[in-house]
Design a binder for this molecule. Sequence first.
Ligand SMILES: *Cc1c(COP(=O)(O)O)cnc(C)c1O
Length: 236
Amino acid sequence: MADTFLALRQNIARVRERISRAVERSGRDPSAITLLAVTKKFPPEVIRAANELGLCAFGENYVQEFEAKAPAVRSLSSARFHLIGHLQSNKARRAAELFDVIQTVDSPKLARRLNEAGRLLDVMIEVKLSEEETKHGCPPEAVGEMAAALRECPHLRLTGLMTMPPWSDDPEAARPYFRRLREIGERHGIPGLSMGMSHDLEAAIEEGATCVRVGTALFGPRPRVEPDSLERHTLE
Ligand SMILES: *Cc1c(COP(=O)(O)O)cnc(C)c1O
């Protein structure tokens, strides 16, 4: 774990450097950008190590996977946990108990279920900007309606929009999607924008991201394991 701790420290420094260069180029305020460390498929020790190295925001994709890790990380008082994977309404109550932020609200029904859990949550609307059938999210033309539904929910606080452009290894290919998300946010008066990952965070920041979701650039390639066998693996 000692070597991996050093490697993680270096990776965090590199990512922070990339973020600050992009922030400088675009004349933005560095404090306006949250580095969300995406820890899906990694064991809880990785979250603990990253928190010790100063990271406070963590993104997980699966309710069940995080349910297994939560007991080991709940005591980290500075850590906030974001759900960034698709959420089914039947898991909404559990998700509301486990996470502090739900970035993937994409239907009024899901919003109602989360609200019914009764815990104060920050939420984002996931917007589907690509034509890919596999992508979840609210269609751009329904964002206004979705925002109105969320504003009716006393336990939910709408803080932003989130999107996932179609995969491409060319970061510039994502830029038009990032710009589009910003325009939708402006139109509806929604300030936060969760967009950009390991390979395209610069373009996202230049287009106005307030949260970049970074996995691989911090932790290396994800282990190919089932969530319930995670404890047998450590950081590569
Ligand atoms: C896995 C994941 C990420 C992180 O991707 P990397 O390329 O590893 O940085 C970001 N956002 C979402 C929604 C993800 O599922």
